[in-house]
Write a protein that binds this ligand. Sequence first.
Ligand SMILES: Nc1ncnc2c1ncn2[C@@H]1O[C@H](COP(=O)(O)OP(=O)(O)OP(=O)(O)O)[C@@H](O)[C@H]1O
Ligand SMILES: [Mg+2]
Length: 409
Amino acid sequence: MRKTLIVIGAGLESIPVLQRANEMDLHVVAVDANPQAPGFACAHESVIGCVYTPEKSVAALTEWSQKGGKPQGVICAAVDAPGTAAAVADHFDLTAVSEETARLATDKKAMKDRFKKCGIPIPWYQEIFSAGELAQILAERRETLVIKPVDSRGARGVLRLVYGSSDMPDPAWAFECAQKESTTGRVMVEKCLDGPQISTEGFVVRGKAYCPGFSDRNYEFIDRFAPNIIENGGDLPSFLEHGEQRAIKELSGQAAIALGIENSMFKGDMVLHEGKAYVIEMAARLSGGYFCSHEIPWNTGVDFVGTAIKLALGETPDPEDMVPSFQKGVAQRYIFPKPGKVLAIEGVEEAKTMDGISMVEIRTAVGETISPATSHPARAGVVMARAETRGQAIKQVEAAVAAIKIITT
Ligand SMILES: Nc1ncnc2c1ncn2[C@@H]1O[C@H](COP(=O)(O)OP(=O)(O)OP(=O)(O)O)[C@@H](O)[C@H]1O
Ligand SMILES: [Mg+2]
């Protein structure tokens, strides 16, 4: 009999996960609060429920199951909602992370407390309760800090406070900016660790970690978007030395296990600071931004989403399926038009036909307004290139981005 998979999230970036589930001949049930969610077209059944409110998703799925539905697995697709996957798994007795792991993975302070307890290298951090406390910490520590909401996502309200710089934001403004993005009004600061930033993505299977996903993150616009920290895509394979990559992969697996992940996937924000690997954050879900669905398979041959779905169904993937079989070039860049009203979008068809270009996705339209880039979801489009080498892929993606013109007022 065909197995039934519940997919939490049916937005644009959820589509590759929904499609992979279809290819695996599963009966696919998608959950999203938006009745017009584009991913619903790739599901056999659509359930309306808020993915960020576990009780609402569970209630909507309970109603669905009362009409005869019976799931064998649950997975989040491009939504940071491990708590919902955990609650659904608990309700239907499926394999996913526990609700405690989901809590640790979505509360940046609780996560860092756990890492500290387990001896996982992390930046210095502290929860703060006022702008005055922020000003005091800056005066005492005299170093560059990152202020962030304890429980948000997509880099909303995450600001880099460069110690001694002339454009250091006012502490009151910075505190408020981070606080308003937190659902619980909680804010924390961390030491800003400089050095190459890396995204990792992998699996824990029966307590053993595999980390096939490894991408250098591109922060070329750190000054342009300051004090916000906005990533402009990434490059694979990494430029880091083999030993450095191994250390970062190993630490990613240890951090995932420290959060209690046992038979599921993880996604790490890592940094190599003064030659040593540190964890900035570890998520207990699949990545967004097409990392798991496109970049990792193109780079390594690993069917990341397919393997994650197998795990979600309670199956044990073959270890060989989680290990890269090659290292090909992949580069991803985002499009950041000047803020204003979109008057014209040009060069998209040309970009799509350029050498190596494997995806061009424009996320705006004429007449829409481009806001300043203060978070990751605000990016206006994404372009990806694949080539034999990393250098070639970078050249190709940059040429395609240059060919696309989003003209604003
Ligand atoms: N202490 C730090 N040192 C250096 N860089 C940091 C630090 N904290 C955050 N960053 C950078 O800012 C990015 C966003 O921070 P963080 O991951 O905490 O927020 P987020 O809202 O979860 O963002 P995302 O969803 O993009 O991961 C990180 O991925 C990292 O590149
Ligand atoms: Mg993060």
